[in-house]
Design a protein around this ligand. Structure first.
Ligand SMILES: Cc1cc2nc3c(=O)[nH]c(=O)nc-3n(C[C@H](O)[C@H](O)[C@H](O)COP(=O)(O)O)c2cc1C
Length: 397
């Protein structure tokens, strides 16, 4: 089974990840991981804080001479903020006591884990909740998932995402998105991310990109924040990953969990998703025909039927809520005094959606890698490649 764990705090010395279940013989380098980490850091709508933090994860185990050994892969990534502000964070995040005069944080931020986190873990200081619930953790998710992504890539399975809506600006319909995104799939889904990365809002349409930037600029001025919707596509998937026989084996359910467990993600659509609820059946289902093999003229199911991949490109959408930290304050009640006050502003993104696309591309990779291992399993890349190409008939050059 392909799985991963992350640990680490936003302002602690480093983030750590362990990837377990990667087969032996997978070629992987720290540079390949960094490429997605850098993508995660870029995007219009950023606050200043992370500008100096260039992330790089280093292997501590499980990789030898550029290939995985089959052993757990440990990754670490330093937090540059900790390094930069030596007089502050090592004191605030000290491993040993006494606490001294380190200030308690007692104003919970609405929209964050702050209030319920303190109630659940019985803290009188919000700091430990802030540190672990922060989306800084997604940097290590991206690093760990990049291993799964490379594994899929070796089997010709490619992932790419793009932004389809920021606040009130977005495409008008499913068909409009298909018109702009699907031509890229003639090659593979990575073409989508390469094209989307040309835009700092990661939108494939130049006019919409400009409008999205204006929308972000306007909302920044107003002191508020924005969320939006992205779409992730996957090409090269064989039919029959996942299963219809049991709820936790359905690939769409597993994908949904991977997306919604990411900070600020509030919903997932597979294919037409919610739009299917507005349409009649004939405008939703993909008719089947035969031309040397079974085919579909449309892919409104987004490549999944009955909890299994159909062999058509997978289309997954996710919605991100607006960032909860905003210049214009919200009201909140102090944990100690119970007095209602304004939230304090710390430098924060206005809209993290362009960056979140990279996280979403990443988190679905282990789900798909796991499904591949379940179906074509083996302990080494050679065996998996052989089984995969024999059974699917796909040519893996
Ligand atoms: C890539 C990314 C960047 C984020 N950046 C911020 C940020 O700068 N400020 C902030 O308040 N929330 C940010 N968030 C959102 C919060 O982490 C998230 O809303 C919070 O942890 C509460 O979790 P929930 O929204 O899943 O309930 C970001 C999320 C992601 C995925």
């Amino acid at each position: 089974m392909f799985r991963y764990f992350t640990s680490g705090e936003s302002h602690g010395p480093s983030l750590t990840g362990i990837v377990e279940g990667a087969p032996a013989g997978l070629e992987i380098t720290e540079d390949e991981i960094e490429q997605h980490l850098v993508r995660r850091q870029k995007g219009y709508g950023r606050g200043g804080r992370m500008a100096f933090e260039k992330d790089r994860a280093t292997f501590q185990s499980g990789v030898r001479f550029g290939k995985t050994t089959g052993a757990p892969i440990a990754l670490t990534m330093p937090n540059r903020a900790y390094e930069k502000d030596k007089s502050n964070w090592p004191v605030v995040m000290a491993k040993e006591g006494p606490r001294g005069d380190v200030e308690k944080i007692t104003l919970p931020r609405p929209g964050h884990a702050d209030l319920v986190g303190t109630q659940k873990y019985n803290f009188d200081d919000i700091r430990p909740v802030i540190e672990r619930s922060s989306a800084r953790e997604t940097a290590m998710r991206v690093a760990c998932c990049s291993v799964a992504r490379k594994f899929l890539r070796e089997l010709g399975i490619r992932i790419g995402g793009h932004v389809i809506r920021i606040g009130s600006v977005g495409y008008n319909s499913w068909e409009d998105v298909r018109k702009i995104a699907d031509p890229y799939l003639d090659k593979d889904a990575e073409e989508i991310y390469h094209a989307a990365d040309e835009s700092d809002v990661r939108c494939l349409d130049a006019d919409l990109s400009a409008k999205m930037r204006e929308e972000i600029k306007l909302r920044r001025k107003e002191g508020t924040s924005l969320g939006g919707i992205y779409e992730i596509l996957v090409t090269g998937l064989p039919a029959g990953l996942g299963s219809y026989v049991h709820w936790d084996r359905k690939i769409d359910g597993q994908i949904a969990q991977a997306i919604v467990s990411t900070q600020a993600m509030k919903g997932v659509e597979i294919g037409l998703g919610f739009e299917a609820g507005h349409r009649q059946g004939h405008d939703v289902h993909d008719e089947i025909y035969y031309d040397n093999r079974f085919k579909r003229r449309t892919n409104r199911a987004g490549g999944v039927e009955g909890g299994m991949t159909t062999g058509m490109p997978m289309i997954v959408r996710g919605v991100m809520k607006p960032i909860p930290t905003m210049i214009k304050p919200l009201k909140t009640a102090d944990l100690e005094t119970k007095k209602v006050e304004d939230t304090r502003y710390e430098r924060s993104d206005v809209c993290a959606l362009p960056r979140a696309v990279v996280v979403a591309e990443s988190v679905i990779a282990p789900v798909l890698a796991n499904a591949i291992l379940e179906r074509f399993g083996g302990d080494s890349m050679d065996i998996i490649r052989k089984r995969f190409s024999e059974e699917t008939g796909y040519d893996l050059k």
